[in-house]
Design a protein around this ligand. Structure first.
Ligand SMILES: [Zn+2]
Length: 381
């Protein structure tokens, strides 16, 4: 078995954007409960991180933005509330909520702690399911994301003396915040697999966006067609990621495993099953072993089926991180415990979903082949 670490969300403040928000405040609970019931985490593997300090947050974010989030902890600070929209706060997506600075700083601290553990050699790989907040911008909240834990993780690796880091984003939405922060940096390769920007927020992430200045070539975007199913998605990932990483020669692989490309996800329109998500995780592990001494940090991300999809998908990620075999059947006592909150349709009994019947699959696969050919040509791969 590998030495692995798992950030313990149960010990951290809840990332709470409101009871009706699609980013469900309880989303870490069914995951942690499943991992415990399945006995898939050894006591020594749990990691309780320190939150990022304000100083550390300011290595990525503007002082004024961090300062405002700190001030918003005091609901009597009406001037802070009035300034919210200047920094993307106080909107439907990114409401002003009590405790949000503390929770977002803790989530960011989780990714930094994973990088620290892996780079120091205390673990081969680590997983922060509270991280993956890839839309956060230097001076603005965006897409439910306040602090960019991924960028903070890259900078943590730098502090340890690593230079070349690759960030790979499997979320259905373009990893725009991480790309923006590192698009001028030739030593950080950002790779994103997302639903086509013509169709899906944040409407960025085109194949032609390849980075800027000295960083030209260090941004790799693979936009995918609505209705994409497992075989086509895995083909697109394997055909681009393997040669890109073999050329880049990273010293650390940082991945984001948003589970919103799943066919049941309400916020997007790809048609993946959990099997494709598990393949993304095992491929990340294989590439880390091949290229950078196994050093791999995985994070969570989006995912708006907090009971039907997220717990199974991220248990599969954790199994890849920790070198465990994925169980076949989902623990029956877990299903019984969470069924009522999930609604009438029975919860899946298996980790791997049955194949999806998707009438657009062939057209999507043809479009994706063209996109991948274009990406390979544009990047000289
Ligand atoms: Zn997403």
């Amino acid at each position: 078995m590998r030495r692995a670490r798992l950030v313990d969300a149960r010990q951290m403040p809840v990332y709470d954007l409101g009871p009706e928000h699609p980013f469900a405040p309880f989303r870490q609970e069914p995951l942690a409960d499943l991992l415990v019931r399945e006995a898939l985490v050894h006591q020594d593997e749990w990691l309780v991180p320190e939150p990022c300090s304000e100083d550390e947050l300011q290595t990525v974010h503007d002082h004024a933005y961090v300062d405002l989030l700190v001030r918003l902890a005091d609901p009597r600070d009406r001037e802070a509330v009035r300034l919210g929209p200047v920094f993307g706060l106080g909107t439907e997506d990114n409401p002003i909520r009590p405790g949000q600075h503390r929770a977002a700083a803790a989530a960011a601290g989780g990714t930094v702690a994973c990088v620290d553990a892996v780079v120091r050699g205390e673990a081969d790989a680590a997983f922060n399911p509270t991280g993956g907040l890839h839309h956060a911008m230097p001076s603005a909240a965006s897409g439910f994301c306040l602090y960019n834990d991924l960028a903070l993780g890259v900078l943590a690796a730098r502090r340890h003396g690593l230079r070349r880091v690759v960030y790979v984003d499997f979320d259905v939405h373009h990893g725009d915040g991480v790309e923006r922060i590192f698009r001028d940096d030739p030593d950080v390769l950002t790779v994103s697999y997302h639903e086509s920007p013509e169709r899906r927020w944040p409407f960025t992430g085109r194949t032609s966006d390849r980075g800027r200045g000295a960083g030209t070539g260090s941004v790799l975007n693979v936009p995918l067609a609505p209705g994409t199913t497992d075989a086509s998605w895995i083909d697109a990932v394997e055909r681009t990621l393997v040669p890109a990483l073999e050329r880049f020669q990273p010293e650390l692989i940082l991945t984001q495993h948003g589970c919103d490309p799943h066919f049941l996800d309400p916020l997007a329109d790809l048609s993946l099953t959990t099997s494709a998500m598990a393949r993304a995780a095992t491929l990340s592990r294989e590439l880390a072993a091949q290229l950078c001494g196994g050093r791999w940090v995985a994070t969570g991300g989006g995912g708006y089926q907090p009971i039907r999809v997220l717990p199974r998908a991220w248990t599969m990620v954790w199994c890849a991180v920790s070198g465990r075999a994925i169980p076949d059947q989902v623990d029956a006592s877990w299903r019984a415990a969470w069924q009522a909150r999930a609604g009438a349709t029975p919860l899946a009994a298996k980790y791997a979903d049955d194949p999806v019947d998707e009438p657009r699959a062939e057209a999507a696969a043809a479009a994706n082949r063209t996109t991948v050919d274009e990406v390979l040509r544009l990047h000289g791969l």
